[in-house]
Design a protein. Structure first.
Length: 467
């Protein structure tokens, strides 16, 4: 009996995707360049319909036609070498699916290369980490629609399901799927940093214990902040260190890593004139955190403000922090979805913003109740210019901006760094300002560079001899 799908790359993600497919009654062929990972997966099998292969040609020949091969290897050159090795055995109409965190421009190149050989190529964003891969990720497939349709029966089966709907929808042509995943990660970075800043205020300004803060996050997770990241934060804060018995969070080194997808999101937005200040500040926060040794030294030299001894009403300020976090999220998602909208127009992708929000409701790292509201906003007005302008969010922000302003100003007076909360407030205040002071910038540019300027009262382009 021929296998219905093949998986190449048996790291944790690839193995779990293969097991997920088998759990949905697919006949899965698996292959890894080194046999150790193949053997490791085989040892885990308990009757699942997964067949290991140690020869690439045999792996390919075991697949029903048109062959569907899901590649889960590290983004970059590894994908190209897998595609190169496969090309020798594939026939016109076969399909390669890249489920790694590939850069969408690489995906566009691979799509073109394979298209010229009649091979279908889908660049597929997969979100949800190891658990998601096994139990149901959010799946963001991009490529030719007819090629997607051939893989859709399997992809929609292995995806997370929300209200009996798969968190998998055709995203758009060529690199669109990997682009949507990239910005998902940019939003993820911002979301995570906003949570860190809320935690920082509660811990450093309100002086709450790790356990108290865990209780607060758990309570928030029952309401409109219900989300995977808020939920795991409560769990993380409750985790005790096996060695000391103290909260594990207290002994984790404060140097953040990153694999690059958040950076790509910022670079693409800067290259294309899209304001993603909150996403970019979350990236810079990771960079500054990596300067640990320098920060320890700087702390001995650079003084902060005098300690403010004023005691704060805990319940009132916890609510301010909740409002601040929610408003920060709205602003960060507004920036991410604006990046979708502007890039979709640039590439003529016609990204389905409503559906993207829908498939983010389950499986992915940024899954949250809040995405229902975002999807409804685009349902009501598909041409919505900015998420902030949707009636629901405009009203919510009108109420919650007070909390954000209180937390940011109180925290900044206390010398606490709030890169994303303050960037959220600045983005909001800049975006809602009809007449700004960028005219002074224009005057400065014209003064020293004769770069000219427009006038608000006359048509045309002007230059002034300022000296
Ligand atoms: C996901 C995650 C995942 C990401 C890791 C590491 O959607 O499942 O975003 O794709 O690669 O979380 O990301 P960083 O190392 O860049 O934080």
């Amino acid at each position: 009996m021929l296998n219905t799908i093949g998986v190449i790359g048996l790291g944790v993600m690839g193995s779990n995707i293969a097991l997920n497919m088998a759990s949905k009654y697919e006949q899965v062929a698996v292959y890894n360049y080194t046999r150790d990972l193949t053997d490791k997966l085989v040892q885990k099998l308990e009757g699942q319909t997964v067949t290991p292969y140690y020869d690439l040609e045999a792996f390919v020949q075991s697949l029903e036609v048109p062959r569907k091969i899901f590649v889960m290897v590290t983004a970059g050159k590894a994908i190209d070498s897998v595609i190169h090795s496969l090309a020798a055995f594939l026939e016109e109409g076969d399909i390669i699916m890249d489920g790694g965190n590939s850069h969408y421009e690489d995906t566009e190149r691979r799509y073109d290369e394979l298209k010229s050989k009649g091979i279908g190529f889908l660049g597929i964003g997969i979100s949800g980490g190891e658990v998601g891969a096994l139990t149901g990720p959010s799946i963001m497939p991009g490529g030719d629609k007819d090629v997607y349709e051939k893989a859709a029966p399997i992809l929609t089966k292995i995806a997370a399901q929300v209200e009996s709907e798969p968190c998998c929808v055709y995203i758009g042509p060529k690199g669109a799927g990997h682009f949507v995943k990239m910005v998902h990660n940019g939003i993820e970075y911002a979301d995570m940093q906003l949570i860190v800043e809320a935690y920082t205020f509660l811990r450093e300004k309100l002086g709450l214990s790790v356990e108290d803060i865990a209780d607060i996050f758990e309570t928030w997770n029952q309401g409109e902040l219900k989300s995977y990241l808020v939920e795991i934060t409560a769990e993380i804060l409750r985790k005790k260190d096996d060695v000391t018995g103290l909260p594990l969070i207290n002994v984790i080194l404060d140097k953040a890593g990153q694999k690059g997808t958040g950076k790509w999101t910022s670079i693409q937005s800067i290259d294309n004139g899209i304001p993603t200040s909150i996403i970019t500040e979350s990236l810079f926060a990771r960079y500054i955190s990596s300067l640990k040794e320098e920060r320890v030294m700087a702390e001995t030299i650079l003084a902060g403000p005098d300690k403010d001894q004023q005691s704060l009403d805990k319940d009132m300020w916890v609510e301010y922090v909740r409002q601040a976090l929610y408003m920060g999220k709205i602003c960060a998602y507004a920036q991410g979805f604006t990046q979708y909208k502007m890039t979709s127009r640039q590439y003529n992708w016609n990204l389905p913003l409503k559906d993207i929000a829908l498939i983010f409701r389950g499986g992915c790292i940024i899954r949250a109740q809040f995405l229902n509201v975002i999807s409804e906003a685009y349902q009501e007005k598909p041409s919505l210019t900015n998420l902030l302008l949707s009636p629901y969010f405009a009203k919510k922000i009108k109420d919650y901006q007070y909390g954000l302003r209180k937390v940011v100003s109180k925290g900044i007076q206390a010398g606490i760094a709030f890169p994303c909360l303050s960037a959220s407030l600045t983005y909001y205040d800049s975006y809602r300002t009809g007449t700004s002071n960028a005219n002074l910038l224009q005057a400065q540019r014209d003064y020293f560079g004769a770069h000219t300027y427009e006038r608000s009262d006359l048509e045309g382009v002007f230059h002034t001899n300022w000296q």
